[in-house]
Ligand binder design. Structure first.
Ligand code: GLC
Length: 448
């Protein structure tokens, strides 16, 4: 299956390249998305490292002066009507010499330092010339990656205990995950917004797969509130209706500090600060997001101080952190192996996005049940960090089998494995390349 799968993945990345960036999917997502760019760069580096760096640089060209990396960078050649909510809705002020229509004002998980380090490592194995060129790219990115992390640490610590909050479910990347249900229930839903603005997602995707109108009205209201406050982050916990600490977002943020420690070593900066920050974030995740009673990590609503009751895949990602105590790592693995998620050993499939046994488990609504390759890729990375080699290898093979059998879909049915959402989806293709190339892979553990 390898050659056929490799070629089909490479073909998806060829089709979805758009002059200076990759689109996640031509039909559904015709602009550049932030964390997609990071996942994509990791795989694209195998077939076209120049484009992998280019994609990351296009994204960071749109970084705001306050350090935030926008969750979508709009392609000025794409018509306003091709995506909603588009540039006019976000109404972002001109910044850093960019035209006012450049981006959204939300952010997404900061996976980019990890991507940059992965591309660099691969380049080094191709000799001195490649290593020098990659070193130059790292030197360009490093201060921008640091500014991205500083934005999250300084402006988004709404809870005041070392974790970055998201101010919109879209910032998590797990848009309609049950993790946000409790916090979202308190957000006013102005259904009139759906009459004023037209949901384009329902034209290009099946309504049964997408968020409900009620949730969508809340999503739009949250954007309008944040926008009308000038996308400012002061006093968030008191004046914004949705302020949540996500275990996956913060685990990625801590893992990014570890990648930055490696990058700092190459560009001649101080690695110690990044290692210290990674430890501090890891401790904060353990302190604030772990529930002793159920031995699970879950999202916390900063406004009510309550942990979400929903057990979702974001709770498995603290496994990515090497400083996570061994008993906590074992608890995460036990949760992953339980019937709620079910490792490939029992199901033959990668893990779903939400607890299979929960009443709200929905095999087709996108973050409320389906299998996503990016989350499983991160989980596998965590398994390798903590020495769960057999589980990691099973997961790698299950992901490859699934994509080989069903195609490079956006997400997959957690019972039948059928591909759903957008076909020819960039991060599925990119991570497939990485999984194919990365055979026995104690690589992450080695690099740590
Ligand atoms: C969906 C996903 C999000 C992703 C985006 C573009 O909104 O929930 O994680 O970044 O699509 O692929």
């Amino acid at each position: 299956m390898s050659a056929e799968l490799w070629n089909s993945a490479a073909a998806v990345l060829e089709t979805n390249w758009s002059r200076d960036h990759m689109v996640p999917s031509r039909r559904l997502y015709p602009h550049q998305w932030s964390w997609d760019a990071a996942f994509i760069a990791i795989g694209l580096a195998y077939v076209n490292p120049t484009r992998a760096w280019r994609d990351l640089r296009s994204l960071f060209d749109a970084q705001w002066p306050d350090g935030r990396v926008p969750h979508i960078v709009f392609d000025p050649r794409t018509a306003e009507g091709a995506y909603f909510p588009g540039p006019a809705f976000w109404d972002v002020p001109a910044y850093a010499g960019r035209p006012a229509r450049g981006s959204t004002g939300l952010t997404q998980p900061p996976l980019h330092a990890i991507a940059a380090w992965e591309i660099y490592r691969r380049a080094v194995s191709h000799g001195a010339v490649c290593a020098r060129e990659a070193g130059e790219q790292l030197a360009w990115l490093y201060p921008r990656l640091v500014a991205q992390q500083d934005y999250l640490s300084r402006r988004r610590d709404a809870g005041g205990d070392g974790l970055a909050s998201i101010v919109h479910p879209w910032e998590s990347g797990l848009d309609n995950s049950p993790s946000w249900d409790a916090a979202l229930a308190a957000v006013p839903a102005d259904m009139g917004l759906l009459r004023r603005f037209h949901r384009r997602d329902l034209e290009v995707a099946d309504a049964a797969h997408r968020p409900t109108d009620l949730d969508y009205a809340r999503y739009l209201g949250l954007v309008l509130d944040y926008r009308d406050g000038g996308y400012a982050d002061t006093g968030l916990a008191h004046r914004h209706a949705f302020v949540v600490e996500c275990p996956a977002f913060n685990s990625i943020r801590a893992a990014a500090e570890l990648a930055l420690a490696h990058i700092a070593g190459v560009v001649g900066a101080d690695a110690g600060t990044h290692r210290r920050r990674a430890r501090e974030i890891t401790e904060a995740i353990s302190r604030r997001l772990y529930d002793e009673k159920t031995a699970t990590f879950r999202a916390r609503d900063v406004r009510t101080r309550e942990l979400s009751a929903a057990r979702c895949i974001n709770g498995l990602l603290p496994l990515m952190l090497p400083d996570l105590p061994a008993d906590r790592a074992a608890a995460v693995l036990a949760e992953a192996a339980s019937p709620r998620f079910g490792l490939p050993r029992d199901t033959g499939l990668p893990v779903p996005s939400f607890d299979r046994t929960a009443p709200g488990f929905d095999p087709v609504r996108y973050w409320r049940g389906p299998i996503w390759i990016n989350m499983n890729w991160l989980l596998r990375r965590g398994m390798l960090v903590h020495g769960y080699r057999d589980e990691a290898e099973d997961l790698r093979l299950a992901m490859l089998r699934l994509v080989h059998g069903s195609g490079h879909y956006e997400y997959f049915h957690p019972v039948t494995g059928e591909g759903i959402g957008a076909p020819a989806f960039s991060w599925t293709a990119a991570l497939t390349l990485d999984l194919l190339a990365d055979r026995s892979v104690p690589a992450y553990a080695r690099a740590a």
